[in-house]
Write a protein that binds this ligand. Structure first.
Ligand code: HEM
Length: 382
């Protein structure tokens, strides 16, 4: 397999790999995280505010009619009402978030213009979403996607985040256009777009994250170390609240993207189609013979047949460890099962650290792919 074959344009790969997934399959099992806030937002509080608002509203209307009799004062009140309206904070709708999604999706393909990797920024944008969410600690309820603290040093400089400045810079351009969106929402929506545009399953998503401060940044060492084994994976992902099955499903993200020796030290892609979400990662783990690569870099495996693919020690452990192996086998044999479990667990991953009452909706949204929107507008034109 030559490198040029790996560099198939994303759009073509995505179209070829497009699958129809029954909607019901993605109905997520909603979790109420341990981070659920104990402050504010209770029904009685809300009712109190509505009540106060109503009193103020009635008072306002009464004042309006009283002063309207005296035309000068009436004009003043009218203009005050207009100013109040203008000052009402912008309340984005699902359509507004879809616009952001579209802008991110359009950005992915611009990688081909500068011959970046395999012609898509989608894998690195997915890595950004994962690294901003995977810092969550369920015991201290710190970290996770809520505050997007990777914007701050030292978190931005943590070894695990090497290279993600590229992803943050790309997202910064989108943030300039849609300044109302929080970084946490922007980055996780990027992860959703990356998976969906690379022909993966739909990822139910909800907005509501808020921007935090440098003080909220997480300590180094919360993300997995690729040189380690099963105990380490269970410790790191267990801290986020994930079990063996979920660790294996999440690892399936390595169907896409590649390692870069100037970022992590490791080198190469996991699969022959690094811009399409498939279960090939699991298939290759079982079907190929993997040997330790002889080179000057960190310990990694290569496939015996082409020597062009790689596996990290933490990938290989999924077929070595009994607890993980049964799930890896199931995903290698059943793409639909992998897609369903991957969708559920990624959706949860992206919500780690976000208090439930912060979300603007209890029912998650399914964002449309660019292709679906194109098909829809074609139908409407007919
Ligand atoms: C199981 C523990 C994991 C370890 C040890 C690990 C480690 C790594 C390493 C070392 C790289 C290469 C970075 C580079 O050199 O550019 C990488 C890339 C990547 N990882 Fe993971 N990862 C893990 C889990 C995950 C998860 C849970 C996801 C997403 C749900 C993910 C998504 C990605 C993607 C998409 C890339 C490719 C980025 C690119 O192409 O630039 N990884 N990972």
């Amino acid at each position: 397999m030559s490198l040029s074959m790996l560099r198939a344009p994303l759009r073509r790969a995505a179209v070829a790999g497009t699958r129809t997934i029954p909607r019901a399959q993605f109905r997520p099992s909603f979790r109420h995280y341990a981070t659920e806030s104990t402050q504010g937002g209770t029904k009685s509080n809300k009712n109190l505010f509505i009540g106060l608002g109503a009193v103020a509203g009635i008072g306002g209307i009464a004042y309006y009619y009283y002063s309207d009799a005296r035309s000068e004062a009436g004009t003043a009140v009218k203009s005050a009402v207009q100013t109040a309206k203008a000052n009402t904070p912008f309340k984005p709708t699902k359509e507004d978030y879809q616009k952001v999604y579209n802008k991110i999706a359009e950005m992915f393909d611009t990688a081909a213009d500068v011959e970046y990797d395999d012609g898509s920024y989608a894998p690195i944008i997915l890595r950004l979403a994962w690294h901003s969410s995977g810092t969550y600690d369920k015991d201290s309820k710190t970290g996770g996607s809520n505050y997007a603290t990777m914007r701050f040093e030292p978190e931005s400089l943590h070894g695990a985040n090497n290279g993600l400045n590229i992803a943050r810079d790309l997202m910064e351009k989108i943030k300039k256009e849609f300044d109302w969106i929080s970084y946490g929402d922007l980055w996780t929506l990027g992860g959703v777009a990356a998976i969906q545009e690379m022909a993966g399953p739909k990822i139910p998503w909800r907005p509501g994250r808020i921007d935090g401060y440098a003080k909220d940044a997480t300590p180094d060492g919360r993300l997995p170390d690729a040189t380690q084994g099963g105990d380490h994976l269970r410790k790191i992902f267990g801290r986020m609240g994930f079990n063996d099955q979920e660790i294996v499903a999440l690892s399936g993200a390595h169907a896409v993207g590649r390692c870069h020796s100037d970022r992590s030290g490791f080198q190469g892609p996991w699969t022959f189609s690094p811009t399409t979400v498939t279960n090939d990662y699991f298939k290759l783990l079982f079907d190929e013979t993997w040997t330790w690569k002889k080179w000057n870099g960190p310990k990694q495996l290569e496939d015996k047949t082409t020597k062009s693919l790689m596996m990290l020690p933490t990938d290989y452990v999924l077929v070595q460890d009994k607890g993980f192996k049964k799930y890896a086998k199931a995903y290698a044999q059943d793409l639909d099962l992998f897609f369903r479990d991957f969708s559920n667990v990624v959706s949860r991953l992206f919500e780690l650290g976000v208090p439930e009452q912060q979300f603007v909706t209890s029912e998650p949204w399914i964002m449309k792919t660019i292709e679906e929107q194109q098909e829809q507008s074609k139908k409407e034109q007919k």
